[in-house]
Design a protein around this ligand. Structure first.
Ligand SMILES: [Zn+2]
Length: 177
């Protein structure tokens, strides 16, 4: 008797589910410090925000990361929530000239964003590494985002009646004559 095919996406085990659990906190802290999440020794970034293809120290493949727009989104979210209320506090306390407010807060928001971006990106890559997301799943840099060994698209093919639950088949309206 073979194992039952997964009936829904939630039945599919995450990629690398059978592999050892990685330390999430350690991976994120190492990443936020700009270090490789695996060894904490090699540099994560080849330049300001460009992640190295692999760790120079332990050889961990870092090209599997998919941080994309996430770090920029989180940076804007955090910086705006810090600077926004501060804008009001500073004005109510000292009432500086409008140009002082504009230049001061633009400079502060820019500086804060540039300081936070690599740290947040590093933490996010560390998160993806620890959770074995994307290509971190099985060490194969070319691996798709799902694990092809456990996920067979035929099981979810809407054209295949055998893939549907019996009640769904019964509820399917017959085609018009
Ligand atoms: Zn490393």
């Amino acid at each position: 008797m073979h194992a039952a095919a997964p009936r829904s996406v939630s039945d599919i085990p995450p990629a690398g589910a059978s592999l050892p659990v990685r330390d999430l906190r350690q991976g994120m802290v190492r990443g936020a410090r700009g270090r490789c999440p695996a060894c904490g020794d090699g540099a994560m970034f080849a330049s300001f925000l460009k992640v190295s293809p692999a760790c120079a120290s332990c050889g961990e493949d870092l090209s599997a990361q998919r941080a994309d727009d996430g770090p920029a989104y989180l940076t804007v979210l955090i910086v705006s929530h810090l600077v926004g209320p501060l804008l009001l506090v500073v004005y109510m306390a000292w009432q500086p000239a409008p140009m002082v407010m504009v230049t001061g807060f633009c400079a502060a928001a820019t500086l804060l964003s540039l300081l936070m971006l690599p740290r947040i990106k590093g933490g996010m890559v560390g998160f993806q590494w620890a959770k074995r997301m994307h290509g971190f799943g099985d060490g194969d840099p070319g691996a798709p985002d799902y694990d092809a060994r456990t996920f067979n698209t035929r099981d979810f093919d809407a054209r295949s009646p055998a893939a549907r639950p019996v009640d769904a088949q019964a509820a399917t309206p017959s085609p018009r004559p």
